[in-house]
Design a binder for this molecule. Sequence first.
Ligand code: DOR
Length: 441
Amino acid sequence: MKTLIRNATVVLPGGCERVHVLVEGSTIAAIDAADHARADTIVDASGLHLLPGVIDDQVHFREPGLTHKEDLRHASRACAKGGVTSFLDMPNTKPTATNRAALEDKRNRAAASSLVNFGFFIGATPDNLEELQEAERAPGIKVFLGSSTGELLVDDAQALERIFAETTLPIAAHCEDEATIRENASSWTGPLDVADHSRIRDARAAWIATRRATDLARKHGHRLHVLHLSTAAELDLLADHRGRITAEVCPHHLFFHTGDYARLGSLVQMNPSLKTAEDNEGLWKGLLEGTIQVVATDHAPHTLEEKARPYPQSPSGLPAVENSLALFLDQVNRGRCAIEQVVRWMCDAPARVWDMVGKGRIEVGYDADLVLVDLARSDTIVNDRQETKCRWSPWHGTTLRGWPVRTWVLGREVFRDGRFDESVRGGEIRFDHARGGYWAG
Ligand code: DOR
């Protein structure tokens, strides 16, 4: 089966070019100016941009155990619509993904129902070192230095030290200091409001934990990926970005700040918490200058009923996977960044951070995970039209210019202009950790 995508502006590793892309089976077979007249399907993509599919390396798809919020079918439809062709799911499901059996169960579920490619982090606990040492099919180890949704937490200094000293898989860290959070919460005497979330989980809590994780990574020469930075101050800890540390930012920490609680309430309650408008600016600067390498969503759905509980019973997290690419294409149209940078942050960098085989680029021999985007298309995010099972978005009512219109996973078209091919299945992502990660080149 051959598909020829003609006349698109293709975002290649070296920049944008008007070339034809031939897909054969599940891989990219040719990229050139030649007209491959013998393709089975010809797509005229004049006026559109062809990008590698987005790789979202931080999602919470809730299966198993929390499927009233989200499940792999809804979440992977949301991915396909949003141009996300691969995801890495976090271990705070029920049961937690902290051992081989739980990971195997998740992989089997995804193979049966995910429309896009998948990988699953193993979660660290204070006493599952052996499991962490043997999880070779995982992208890495997720460590919660501060508690969040679910029960995973490693805040004991010795347990943390052993994880950095005695494991080899790259570590993805949630950096908020548990002791600081507890101290802030217990010293708060007045009635609680959702805006207090940012006072309890404050900038200090983020800085202390990011400092602890980066110190441990440098001490043990261990690969570390700092998830969802929320403050500009943390960038100082990452400024020396040679070596084995990478960092990530999420759309909500770039587009929302503490002033948005008044309008959106607990819909923008998440961990790490929102910080100030100055932090938004600082994080954008860090991204544009390269101190931050990756953009991912931390897609963490909860139902609107759960979100409506009074703080602090309202849960932390928000859905984003189907709108993340559009949010950044809109920024391209506004002149804030270039489409090549978006591809670097959302496709190429996550593939390299986690040593993915055949992902993240439009290059001959790479997997045909592709998304066609229309930079001229305007559309409004509306709760009722969300594919995520929780059916809401913090960006409800927001009009963006620049949207994905067609998505292919392993050479098969899974999404086209609002319609899905539900027979498409993603594959398990392979990780070759001998490659050495992002900085290995
Ligand atoms: O806000 C968040 N929600 N942050 C996390 O780290 C976890 C997530 C969830 O799973 O709900």
